[in-house]
Write a protein that binds this ligand. Structure first.
Ligand SMILES: [Zn+2]
Length: 136
């Protein structure tokens, strides 16, 4: 494929490829496991393949990267170049997320945890809030 990305974005991609087992996801999994929760990962039979599935609590969790899921936060900035490429792509991600969550909510408690909430200064609170949400 032709190189449609600027150098900047390409190196960003290299580090943040949207995929399974991202660092924020691992942090969340490790915490929940330490709390004694047991879960399954990336269940393909569920809309959007949720990152973490806790059958006992009828709960699914998505750990979302702020860039790929266009979080309205400081961490997200629409790229200034190749906008014809990025804007529809990210909009598609957002509408797909919304649809997946809508479907999942029919049967599951759905929790989205954003990458920016896992920064050093707020990770402890975010994780304990997450735990409370799961078990209540
Ligand atoms: Zn964010």
């Amino acid at each position: 494929m032709a190189d449609v990305h600027t150098k900047e974005i390409r190196s960003y991609n290299m580090s943040q490829i949207r995929s399974k087992n991202t660092k924020p996801e691992l942090v969340v999994r490790k915490y929940l496991f330490a709390k004694g929760l047991r879960f399954r990962l990336h269940r393909k039979d569920l809309p959007g393949k949720p990152d973490i599935v806790l059958p006992k609590y009828k709960t699914v969790i998505f750990v979302h990267g702020c860039f790929w899921h266009a979080h309205k936060c400081k961490k997200f900035k629409m790229p200034t170049s190749k906008r014809d490429y990025w804007i529809p792509k990210l909009e598609k991600n957002v509408s797909r997320d919304r649809e997946n969550i809508r479907q999942l909510r029919l049967n599951w408690k759905v929790i989205v945890i954003w990458e920016c909430k896992l920064k050093k200064d707020r990770i402890n609170k975010s994780l304990s809030d997450l735990y409370k949400k799961i078990i209540t």
